[in-house]
Design a protein around this ligand. Sequence first.
Ligand SMILES: *Cc1c(COP(=O)(O)O)cnc(C)c1O
Length: 378
Amino acid sequence: MKFNTKTIHAGQEPEETSGAVMPPIFQTSTYAQQAPNKHKGYDYARVGNPTRTALEKMIAGLEGADEAACFSSGVAAMDSLMKMLRPGDHVVTTNDLYGGSYRLFTKVFEPYGIDFTFVDMTDLGKVEEAITPNTKLMWIETPTNPLLRVVDIQALVDIAKPKNILTVVDNTFASPYLQRPLEFGADAVLHSATKYLAGHSDVIHGAVASSNEAIMENLRFQTKTSGAVPGPMDCYLTLRGIKTLSVRVQRSVDNAKQIAEFLEGHDEVESVLYPGLRSHPQHELAKKQMDDFGAMLSFTLKDDSIEAAVKFMQNTKVFTLAESLGGVESLISHPASMTHGSIPKDVREKAGLKDSLIRISVGIEDAEDLIADLDQSF
Ligand SMILES: *Cc1c(COP(=O)(O)O)cnc(C)c1O
């Protein structure tokens, strides 16, 4: 099956008792057993739920994985995945990381004895330098948030594999429609399904897809033991969102390209960060690694101040000032004071995150309206 067909059919079968084409929302906490431990595959809903199973099969199909596990949020999925590490283990990750991931690593896992090194992962030499004998995991995010750097998944896998270091890619920004990290040899893919997969800004959801038995065994164990599981309604909404993933993302990408060109030509814009622009430092890598360039872009103003950025964002009428991304509506945000507020200013600046940096998540409205809205906001 090719990708667009998979978004409709992967792992999906009409429901047995009624023939329902969409899986019902199995709103139940427990399941009748024929005899102790003799049941139809489900015993308690923390461990499993048929609506969740349908979604897990779908996400595994989209990423080309044997299995997937779903969680109550993207960070819950990360939290469960990271629990396969033990005190003393070391992780190499990017210095341009989603703010919530940075907080989880430094505020939860560091105090439990796991070490992290944050490096610019576009510099492979720096990644190699950061590896220690205790390095167990490489946490990759690409394109990065909010600087839209593109990290070479294949090159990092080639560094990690011979050293038995697991590679995990946070694929939230690209979605499997544009990028499938397992094809480059990554061990697992993580999604904040809250974003493109669900796609309608109406659900918080997370998922991991992998064919690595140790990773999946830990996730099944964490599902049962730590219990950060999604409810069936949220699984249903995410599955419903996925059915239109291809058309939504393609439309958003087409809009984003036009917006990037408009911004690049504007007097008051200092720089535009978008992998689809020829001026982007990893434009060629993005072409190779992704099927298209994504619908996230950031730009900085000639007046590089928090005040100028905030003023701009308060002028938009079609773009909504809000955190998050990947929904049908266009959103605008200010990472330095919003999503990345939990990263100290000196760390932010060292990573290249300027005060005036504005991030936009391009939705599926008409490009003309989006461009006109940005134009009148300057
Ligand atoms: C939003 C996001 C997360 C966290 O996901 P939640 O569903 O909000 O918990 C992780 N990684 C990236 C890149 C994100 O954008």
